[in-house]
Design a protein around this ligand. Structure first.
Ligand code: MN
Length: 482
């Protein structure tokens, strides 16, 4: 463990910043000197790992320093806590102290009982709206705690793993951090659902091995063709799907592995959007696409900002194979979500404050509600309705999942798919039958929106839509068309 392991991960830092990280490193190491982890290792391996994760996310220097210091005062004896906090302000400044305090305030979250759960989520979301870096430190903290979970006493393991699946992994997903979400879920899965985990690993072992060899062939073939077409490829990766997400998907498909085509996928990363579509054309020229499986999330990004083109084709030997095509920037954002947005927003600007990009719609939404709603209570209520309570999952005709509050209508669904689809929503089919726009969707429904070019939102929609997101979009459109 050395400060340079962290500093190495940074693309560029000034000499002052490097010196500051080194100082924080020594400070934390000294404060944790006599503490041990459950594994018997020095406690400092933990803040060290957290800071490294934050450096990999390419967050700013103050966040990395706060990662190093995040447990320093928490583990100090009660009577020294105040002095400890003061020394952080003095040594590392107000911004760092604010982050450390924020992480401590978020506290140890326990998902016991619904009320506690909601309360925890509220705290999380309020911190996100205030300064997202606090939550990123908490997530990096949880990641290392999950990586070292096997050393924790057995009776605590399941509770911690359940909590990770209930709170932290969905939160990472909401923040667009696909990589972190997958890691947290896969680390939790064996502790949270041991029987199901073993059964699934058994079931997919052979298939995974076969697919890995197979994808190497596909990768080679595609690489050749792209070269002929003079497309510069940054990377072609064969990706084995995360185990927990496969488990969830199997539950939706009657546990039938044959219905699931994306146990592995090939990811093609290129320079720009034009190349993405060029690659799509080449893939389709080589192999026949499956109808209804082409998803253009570049033209229509997912609500969490995710962008890529997905297609599934009858590939070599007729094996059904999924391709994901995206630019480097999209890839970075899909892996790091809000962290990547945060960096793009702050490049070349003073590195203070934790505001995130407006392009991450979902976070912008929370901000909007917070501004619109008069009191904290109303804001919390709207959060409760929109974000946490009694969620249902409704499928698009192409099999994407849109997550909605209970009682949501096709109009809510339409706005979440895309605001333009909401604005031109002329009718709806639920499970292939025509329904009214007021219809209450149920978990597992398939919903299709019929678009009418000249259709405009009606004031009456406000009386039945459930989500604040749809409400605010309808209001905005009514205002515009006045
Ligand atoms: Mn910690």
């Amino acid at each position: 463990m050395e400060a340079k392991d962290i500093i190495e991960k940074l693309k560029s830092r000034s000499a002052d910043e490097v010196a500051l990280i080194e100082r924080a490193f020594a400070f934390a190491q000294e404060k944790h000197e006599n503490e041990l982890r459950y594994s018997g290792e020095p406690y400092f391996i933990h803040p060290y790992a957290v800071a490294k994760t934050l450096a990999e996310m390419r967050l700013d220097t103050n966040t990395i320093i706060a990662g190093l210091l995040h447990d320093v005062c928490e583990s100090a004896p009660e009577e020294e806590k105040k002095a400890c906090e003061k020394s952080i302000v003095k040594e590392f400044g107000k911004d760092v102290a604010f982050l450390v305090e924020g992480v401590t305030k978020l506290g140890k979250l326990h998902a016991h009982g619904e009320e506690r759960y909601l309360e925890n989520m509220r705290k999380m979301f309020l911190s996100i709206a205030q300064d997202v870096r606090v939550v990123l430190i908490r997530l990096a903290d949880r990641l290392h705690n999950m990586q070292t979970l096997s050393a924790v006493p057995q009776h605590k393991q399941k509770r911690i793993a359940d909590e990770t699946l209930e709170i932290y992994a969905p939160l990472a997903g909401r923040l667009g951090m696909g990589k972190l979400r997958g890691e947290l879920e896969d680390l939790s899965f064996p502790f949270s659902h041991p029987v199901e985990y073993d059964a699934l690993i058994d079931k997919i072992k052979e298939r995974r091995e076969h697919k890995e060899v197979y994808l190497a062939k596909v990768k080679y073939k595609l690489g050749e063709e792209l070269k002929k077409a003079s497309i510069t490829v940054s990377a072609i990766d064969a990706r084995v799907k995360h185990v927990f997400s496969l488990y969830r998907k199997l539950q939706r498909h009657n546990n039938n592995l044959d219905e699931i085509y994306d146990i592995v996928a090939l990811r093609v990363i290129v320079k720009d959007i034009a190349d993405c579509y060029a690659v799509l054309g080449i893939v389709h020229k080589l192999w026949r696409p499956l109808p209804g499986k082409i998803k253009d999330y570049i033209a229509l990004p997912k609500p969490n900002g995710y962008q890529s083109i997905h297609t599934t084709v009858f590939c070599i030997n007729g094996e059904i194979t999924e391709f994901q095509i995206r630019t480097e920037k999209m890839h970075d954002e899909a892996e790091h979500g809000i962290a990547a947005h945060w960096i793009y927003e702050h490049q070349g600007k003073p590195k203070v404050g934790g505001q995130v990009s407006k392009s991450l719609k979902w976070i912008a939404q929370i901000r909007e509600w917070q501004k619109e709603s008069k009191g904290t209570k109303e804001f919390l209520e709207s959060l409760k309705i929109d974000v946490f309570k009694n969620r249902i999952f409704v499928f698009t005709p192409t099999g994407d999942v849109i997550d909605l509050p209970e009682g949501a209508t096709p109009v809510d669904f339409a706005y979440l798919v895309h605001s333009e689809i909401g604005n031109h929503c002329g009718g709806a089919k639920v499970n292939d039958k025509m329904t009214s726009l007021e219809h209450h969707l149920k978990n597992g429904d398939k919903c299709e929106i019929l678009i009418q070019k000249n259709k405009k939102p009606s004031r009456s929609w406000l009386s039945f839509v459930k989500t604040n997101y749809a409400k605010s979009k309808i209001r905005a459109s009514l205002e515009k068309n006045k």
